[in-house]
Ligand binder design. Sequence first.
Ligand code: SF4
Length: 143
Amino acid sequence: MSHDQFCAVPMDKRAIFLPQCLRSADCPADLTTEGLVCKRCMRCGIGKVIDRLEEEGRMVFIVPGSTFIKRMIKKYHPQAIVGVGCLLEVKEGLEMADSINMVAMGVVTSKDGCVETTMEWDRLLEVASLVPGDPLTAISLAP
Ligand code: SF4
């Protein structure tokens, strides 16, 4: 629904929110006020793609709790967000974004559960880097 609006937002005004369940159970990331900070230990997919997600100034956060996304939006004022999560989380996230008039795209994880979930990282990279004229087929709404 937000595809065209999202494409028009500059890369450095986009924030990507990753759920902490994508991490390895042995993740050594530090918990800070900016969320979990990935140490690129490569135990999970986050470490392998986070540098590419951050290219061109995109902000990337690993979400530690439910109020975190709103807090980072208030602090950094992104013009668009990409939220990753299970279908229910993405649905709730899109509703939250709608309630604050935030342009948002959702990418659903490909394995449910609360520990060591997985996702199609290429599809997330595709969505995060959408530009005007890119086709709607780049959106990932299903595993
Ligand atoms: S790559 Fe980053 S997020 Fe993944 S387990 Fe290592 S420190 Fe944690």
